[in-house]
Design a protein. Structure first.
Length: 97
């Protein structure tokens, strides 16, 4: 079964309030088996546009990635994020050879 991934690009306007989102998302991420592959860090943007923060999470399956995003726990966390940041998010199925 192919894994699922969240690819997020985020500009944070208020890091103190954003920390509440980070705390709140830990429980749904654990529940759905998420693992951070990228969480901020140095980057270059040789093509297209970018945001200041990049995040990639790996889930055991594409369905788990969708279920996590749609869960009550993550939506409560998301409600803390949206007023203090702008985010582009893609949920994608991994390549399974």
């Amino acid at each position: 079964m192919a894994k699922g991934y969240w690819i997020g690009r985020v500009d944070v306007d208020n890091f103190e309030k954003y920390k509440k989102y980070v705390t709140a998302n830990a429980a749904p991420f654990a529940e759905y088996g998420a693992r951070f592959l990228v969480r901020g860090g140095q980057f270059e943007n040789p093509e297209g546009t970018s945001r200041s923060r990049n995040v990639v999470l790996e889930f055991p399956s594409y369905q788990a990635a969708l279920d996590c995003y749609n869960s009550a726990g993550y939506q409560a966390a998301r409600a803390l994020r949206t007023p203090v940041s702008e985010c582009d998010m893609v949920i994608v199925e991994g390549h399974d050879e």
